[in-house]
Design a protein around this ligand. Structure first.
Ligand code: GLY
Length: 409
């Protein structure tokens, strides 16, 4: 069901949030939920904010990526940046929640330039993020056959990175000289494009590629304690696994928060597409490990093993991504108690993100504050990042659908 709202609602919401702002100054711990503001307020505010940002962006081939500390506006990147698909994805979710034709036109406008990703040689596994978040959501919502054509081409392009000897997709070709043949946990998310293509007119081998990649990732990226290596290295001639390392985490053996999220979500979706119980079991154990290790305030630090904790940065993007992963997992488990458990885990993460500490309000153009992109490279630390907003919007859509379903029962 789509939300119908107008300027009056938007103004009311803005006024209510301003009310929260002034109360916050007095009491220091009131958040949107504490103030008993309607649940739809977060949703309406998010859609309004996305629409306002859309109005400020003139070039269709420049995409929001992050916001520098102290600045209000998004820094923009080009179409070949790995994050280019998230902004059109945010717009598609905002359209899904609002049915607003202006937002739909914006989503179409920012989706179009990504076509080139499908038709030029793949230089990394991110083809999946770029095309599935943009064209994938667009196709799901509109059934536009042109979008389908682009997605099928993108799946073939991504599959060119598959190495049958290793049984995985090469995630970062550009890093081969430095670290060797590599497959990263993030790459699990891009299997969705391959699974989708195999079911929608693409070559059936795309399914086998995705399944093999998930299997090898499960064997080598998932550690015995159900934390995850960021990167698995292989000998590309023999196909043998050589070692697990990190790239964006604190240390090779540490638990990088977003990596754990890519794993939870990636194995849940791989179970959805293959029916293989080992994938579901892996997603469950990764999710349980994440829940067990969450700090008391309920929001992950960027890496669970940073020795600077509690003075280490948080990662809101890991929280919003894991909320989506938990909701996918809740959809897949059969046991009702587990459905309730993972749905609640997602709602708890979202409640934190909707609180004043993380929900940006009028601080800047983003929906969420406090994400961490690549701390070891001193890059994007404790700032808004577009994929945090993307998964936040996805979780809002998923939770709205869940509520609508419950209301219909
Ligand atoms: N996929 C890159 C990242 O999670 O930062």
């Amino acid at each position: 069901m789509k939300l119908i709202k107008g300027t009056l609602v938007a103004l009311t919401c803005a006024a209510m949030l301003m009310g929260c702002e002034s109360k916050k100054k007095e009491t220091s711990s009131i958040d949107v939920k504490d103030a008993e503001v309607s649940k739809n307020l977060v949703l309406d505010l998010s859609v309004d904010k996305v629409k306002n940002t859309l109005g400020t962006l003139k070039e269709a081939d420049s995409f929001p990526r992050n916001i520098t500390k102290g600045q209000k506006d998004w820094n923009l990147v080009g179409v070949r940046d790995w994050c280019s698909g998230f902004w059109p994805g945010v717009l598609w979710y905002a359209y899904e929640l609002s049915d607003d034709p202006e937002i739909k036109a914006g989503a179409e406008k920012f989706t179009a330039p990504l076509k080139e990703i499908a038709y030029t040689p793949a230089d990394n596994h991110d083809v999946g993020f770029m095309v599935y978040c943009s064209y994938g959501n667009g196709y799901r919502l509109t059934g536009n056959e042109e979008y389908k054509t682009v997605m099928l081409a993108a799946a073939d392009t991504l599959a060119t990175l598959y190495n049958p000897k290793v049984g995985t997709i090469l995630s970062w070709p550009v890093m081969v000289d430095k670290i060797g043949y590599n497959t990263i946990i993030d790459n699990m998310m891009n299997l969705e494009l391959l699974f989708w293509a195999a079911k929608n007119g693409g070559d059936k081998s795309l399914y086998d590629i995705a399944d093999s990649h998930a299997q090898k990732s499960m064997e080598h990226l998932v550690r015995p304690d159900y934390s995850i290596y960021h990167v698995a290295l292989f000998d590309e001639k023999t196909g043998e696994f050589t070692k697990g390392i990190t790239h964006q985490g604190y240390a090779d053996e540490s638990m990088w928060a977003r990596g754990q999220g890519w794993g939870i979500y990636g194995f849940a979706l791989s179970y959805r597409e293959t029916g293989k119980e080992e994938y579901l079991d892996t997603s469950i154990k990764l999710a349980d490990h994440f829940i067990e290790r969450l700090p008391e305030d309920g929001v992950p630090y960027w890496d669970f093993d940073d020795p600077k904790i509690p003075n280490a940065p948080k990662d809101a993007s890991a929280a919003s991504l894991v909320a989506c992963g938990m909701l996918e997992l809740a959809d897949q488990v059969k046991d009702n108690a587990l459905k309730v458990k993972y749905t609640q885990a997602a709602k708890d993460l979202m409640a934190k993100l909707e609180s004043k500490a993380y929900f940006s309000g009028d601080t800047n153009q983003a929906l969420l504050l406090h994400s961490t992109g690549h701390l070891p490279h001193n890059s994007e630390i404790d700032v808004p990042i577009i994929y945090a907003d993307y998964y936040f919007m996805e979780a809002l859509v998923r939770l709205k659908k869940l509520e609508d379903k419950i209301a219909m029962q």
